[in-house]
Design a protein around this ligand. Structure first.
Ligand SMILES: NC(=O)c1ccc[n+]([C@@H]2O[C@H](COP(=O)([O-])OP(=O)(O)OC[C@H]3O[C@@H](n4cnc5c(N)ncnc54)[C@H](O)[C@@H]3O)[C@@H](O)[C@H]2O)c1
Length: 245
């Protein structure tokens, strides 16, 4: 079928992430006490929230092929996107999730829609299998719609949430509101270490271009500042120590 669409040619940030294979996007969400009253939640709901959403960033429905807008024989059109995940893609992000959980409070919530999606069935199988390598981490499987509900009902229950590109994209905007503003959330995206030992990474706030507030002096810079804070010291201060005695 003839498909065409703007995303067939990846561009900008999306291409940068894809070409550098930055598959692991860490999105921590921890509200500041000063902003408890700014959230749409009661303070007691958000007070103990300290979670990380780990988003798979290089696969899934945003990149799966075929993709595009197809003209049908009767002249009408239909849009096509493909949700596809290989076992290897799931393995590497879920393993990253277990490692992240191990370095925190030891709880991993693996999110998919295995009730209605084949990629979700595979995701759940792979997560269950990898769990054998991390017996010290508690694993919970959760359907994505339930996670959306739980994130509103009791966001403090979560430690690390690992999800595919689409589900984690949605859930992290929701987590932004738990912190009072989408402008509060930082993120760091990592690929696997290169042969020279360096790990490619991009540090960026979770939010987008915020066109609705452009030029109004309302943009919250905290997400961008916290993204810099996620950089290792040698990246933040490459010249530190040079020339000093
Ligand atoms: N990481 C990214 O590059 C990224 C993420 C999301 C959206 N986008 C792009 O940005 C554009 C706008 O998308 P959108 O409006 O759905 O999402 P958005 O994140 O730009 O904005 C969503 C809402 O959050 C508010 N918001 C965002 N950042 C804020 C900040 N720093 N301070 C205060 N409020 C803030 C906006 O005013 C808006 O109401 C689209 O082109 C989209 O593709 C890019």
């Amino acid at each position: 079928m003839g498909l065409s669409g703007p995303l067939q040619e990846r561009s900008g940030l999306s291409r940068l992430r894809y070409d550098l294979d930055l598959y692991a996007n860490l999105r921590p969400a921890k509200p500041f006490p000063a902003l408890f009253d700014e959230t749409p939640f009661k303070p007691e709901v958000v007070r103990d929230v300290d979670l990380v959403i780990l988003r798979e960033l290089c696969g899934g429905v945003y990149f799966g092929l075929p993709k595009g807008i197809q003209v049908l024989d009767d002249g009408t059109r239909r849009g096509v996107d493909t949700q596809v995940y290989s076992e290897a893609e799931i393995q590497r992000i879920v393993r990253y999730g277990f490692e992240s959980a191990r370095s925190r409070r030891g709880r991993l919530c693996s999110v998919e829609k295995s009730n209605v999606m084949e990629s979700g069935v595979l995701w759940r199988e792979v997560a269950t299998r990898i769990h054998a390598d991390f017996p010290d981490v508690d694993l919970v499987h959760q359907l994505a719609d339930n996670t959306a509900m739980q994130l509103v009902r009791d966001p403090a229950q979560f430690d690390v949430i690992v999800a595919d590109n689409l589900f984690a994209d949605l859930l992290s905007d929701q987590a932004g509101m738990v912190c009072g503003s989408l402008g509060m959330l930082p993120s760091a995206s990592f690929g696997d270490p290169l042969p020279d030992g360096h790990r490619p990474a991009i540090y960026e706030p979770v939010h987008g271009a915020a066109p609705d507030i452009a030029g109004r002096d309302l943009a919250n810079p905290i997400g961008a500042i916290l993204s810099v804070a996620m950089m290792p010291t040698e990246v933040r201060w490459p010249n530190r120590g040079r020339g000093r005695r």
